[in-house]
Write a protein that binds this ligand. Structure first.
Ligand SMILES: [Zn+2]
Ligand SMILES: [Zn+2]
Length: 413
């Protein structure tokens, strides 16, 4: 395992970073290129090979552990160590897609440049009043911030050491011998350094963050719920997510959740409400006071003589929700009229005649065919199903139909 030839070829140390290797290769390649230096053909091949292996994280891992022998074995595999990697880590091949997700963490660990932290999503319940009037909600949340005591280093300068368990790469490779000349390789996040590639000695750890580099902080966010905002609307606080050294913090995203309202239902920028009135009011007019979402009392009037049919809808212009970003414009308010009929109207016969006269009399009774059968209408709880056989059948020995399990008796005997 002391095979160091490839590092020596490029004149770098075993712990050299990717960019150091690339830099050194470029310098040497210029020097030994066959066009310039035809006598150094072998040297050029050597540095090219070293470069190819050491800039490929998988190959470098194998070389670090098993030396040149490991690389040769890998190349002679029936599947080839390379192919296995290709398959497992989404590098193409028929299983690339299948195992794409598996390799995600690995790729993250390998990628250079700032990573981006995850977004934090919070739900915020808001009333319809809040969405009508606008509101500033204060939201307290806990987030990790870079430790101010150690500046996110986790300890004093130089305390950070490359993790020995993973050679500072944050990734562990497990190679299992499946059979003669066959190896399987698996990569996983290094448990020693939690994928960071660096560790701090226990006694060197920053006392404030215990070497975690971050400390939890309570942060107060002012969420501006603007007039006319909608259910599920998102308010984004850029970069307010958890901080971590070398990681660009994600966003905090507030998702509004509109609470149901007792009186109003919302449909986009329109509002809908129900108003229950009596039969007398439906015929003779009514006036009602309705409290709007901003506390104003709206006087709703309907003139006598213009009949309101149960379920009819009347509109009031510009009394709906304000438009988002244009709150002086508003949608409409729709009022659905429900008419409460009297339960039973037991008035004297004289009163009924009077009522009949007021309402304009009844159509004359139809001429009765001779074979008309008089039946009773009574309350039937269950509505007989239309078009199906359910609940309707004839007994063999009598021809009384049964509907919905209830015996319907013929009045004509
Ligand atoms: Zn600290
Ligand atoms: Zn490690």
């Amino acid at each position: 395992m002391a095979d160091n030839k490839l590092y020596q070829a490029l004149g770098v140390s075993r712990t050299a970073s990717d960019s150091e290797i690339r830099r050194s290769y470029r310098k040497l390649a210029k020097e030994y290129h066959p066009d310039k230096n035809p006598a150094a053909g072998d040297k050029f091949k050597e540095i090219s090979f070293a470069y190819e292996v050491l800039t490929d994280p998988q190959k470098r891992e194998i070389y670090d552990r098993y030396g040149m022998k490991g690389l040769q074995e890998g190349d002679n595999n029936f599947a080839g160590a390379e192919d296995l990697f290709g398959h497992f880590f989404g590098g193409g091949g028929p299983f690339g897609g299948l195992f794409g997700g598996f390799g995600g963490g690995f790729r993250n660990a390998q990628r250079r440049g700032p990573r981006r932290g995850e977004n934090t999503i919070h739900k915020l319940k808001v009333s319809l009043e809040d969405l009508y009037n606008g509101k500033v909600s204060k939201l307290q949340l806990s987030k990790n911030t870079i430790c101010t005591a150690c500046g996110g280093e986790g300890g004093p300068a130089g305390a950070l050491q490359p993790c020995r368990n993973c050679n500072g790469r944050g990734v562990k490779v497990t190679i299992t011998q499946l059979g003669p000349g066959m190896v399987q390789q698996m990569q996983s996040r290094c448990p020693e350094c939690d994928g960071e590639g660096e560790v701090i000695n226990e006694r060197d750890r920053c006392q404030v963050c215990m070497g975690r580099k971050v400390t939890p902080q309570t942060k107060l966010l002012e969420v501006h719920v603007d007039k006319g905002m909608k259910d599920e609307q998102r308010i984004t606080f850029r970069g307010e997510g958890d901080q971590m050294p070398g990681v660009e913090p994600g966003d905090v995203i507030i998702v509004l959740q509109e609470k149901p309202h007792e009186a109003f239902q919302r449909s986009g920028s329109d509002l809908m409400m129900k108003q229950t009135i009596t039969l007398t009011e439906a015929l003779c007019g009514f006036s009602r006071v309705v409290k709007h979402l901003d506390g104003r009392n709206l006087l709703i009037k309907h003139p006598p003589g213009s009949v309101l049919v149960p379920g009819c809808v009347r509109g009031i212009e510009k009394e709906g929700m304000p438009f988002h970003k244009n709150p002086f414009e508003k949608g409409d308010l729709y009022v659905r009229i429900e008419v409460e009929f009297p339960d039973n109207y037991f008035a004297s016969e004289g009163k009924l005649k009077e009522l009949e006269a007021i309402l304009g009399g009844r159509p004359a009774a139809p001429a009765l065919p001779e074979d008309a059968e008089e039946v009773n209408m009574s309350d039937i709880e269950e509505t007989p199903s239309m078009g199906g056989n359910r609940g309707q059948y004839y007994d063999e020995d009598d021809d009384h139909p049964h509907m919905g399990g209830q015996h319907v008796q013929c009045a004509h005997q």
